[in-house]
Design a protein around this ligand. Sequence first.
Ligand SMILES: Nc1ncnc2c1ncn2[C@@H]1O[C@H](COP(=O)(O)OP(=O)(O)OP(=O)(O)O)[C@@H](O)[C@H]1O
Ligand SMILES: [Mg+2]
Length: 382
Amino acid sequence: MIGVLGGGQLGAMFAMAARRLGYRLAVWDPDPDAPALKLADLALSAPLSDPTPLKTFADAIEAATYEWENIPVAVCETLAQRIPVRPAPQILRVLQNRLEQKTFLTSRGFPVAPFRAVSFPDRLVVPQDIGFPCLCKTATAGYDGKGQWRVSGPNDIRPVREELRRQGHSPWVLEQFLSFEKELSVVVVRAADGDRRIYPTVENLHESGILRMTRAPAQVDPGTAERAATLAGSVVEAMEGVGVFCVELFLMPDGRLFINEMAPRPHNSGHYTLDACTVSQFEQQVRAVCGLPLGEVRLLCPAVMVNLLGEDLIKVGSGEGLANLLRTPGAAVHLYGKKSVRPGRKMGHVTFLSEKPDAAWEAALALRRALGRPGLPQAPPR
Ligand SMILES: Nc1ncnc2c1ncn2[C@@H]1O[C@H](COP(=O)(O)OP(=O)(O)OP(=O)(O)O)[C@@H](O)[C@H]1O
Ligand SMILES: [Mg+2]
């Protein structure tokens, strides 16, 4: 039995991959409606800081992983005294905090946007090497662009300080806003024996800080895709990470690559691997956690993934909208079965597959039109 901390859609897709290989699952999530709990042999719904379920969980499992990084490191440390926890708790500790993550990356010579720690709202100033515009982000617990404020010019400093005071989630990171040409990401899998697999470099489109579309492979020249893959592989190597990691990158107009952030788990931009690759990112997580040989990461055909958010479900979550989607050749529809539908909440995704990359792209754009969002996701200033 494998233990999973966190029971969202990433945990559910992990659970399905684990079941396919014959494993049983223990899932622990505070939300009784969490999608992965329904797929678990042992479903624990209680706060992750609660010591009582920890014993039940620990006694039931032989290896553990997590599906998101905002979980207590202490729980992983306790588990790691008895069983393999992958990625290791010390990696989780670094990656769940933007400051520690950026400090680690910089110390190893990896390129990140110029940044500073902000410990108190009143200390928010914009040094010259960062300049305007810049972004202030919470160091911990941010996701889908939540907990981020744009500082466009000196007049924004005071209102952002007030926001930080209201939020009270210190510390924060102030970082330069990079006018990137494209956003790329790379999923890297590394086994305990050092064996490593790198999925194709993909291209991501965000709207209001939320991932909307992923195109695999990225429409960049082969040299750039290769540099991105090499960079992502070296970062995971530098951490001696075991498990699945995603490295998010900014490609600048002059060809430079910067690391935005990395995640110690399968990533939304890797969902296309479920339908378009020989072995998915979730099955690789199972293999890495259980000490099995890693699988092939071959892209079987070009793919475009479109996320379905809460507001999209009205259009394509049921009825004729869903029927049209299900009828579309090459469309693989995934719905996470979350009970509460909220705007901006990730409710499902569709991956369009086609031998001809343009056809998958056209099908994805047709879905955008059906969702009432014609054209490409735009990233307006936040
Ligand atoms: N320094 C930056 N310059 C330009 N754009 C940025 C910068 N930082 C973040 N963004 C934009 O905001 C998006 C979300 O930011 P980031 O990845 O830091 O947030 P997050 O909340 O951790 O998101 P997620 O968990 O969805 O990856 C990025 O993918 C990018 O589009
Ligand atoms: Mg991100």
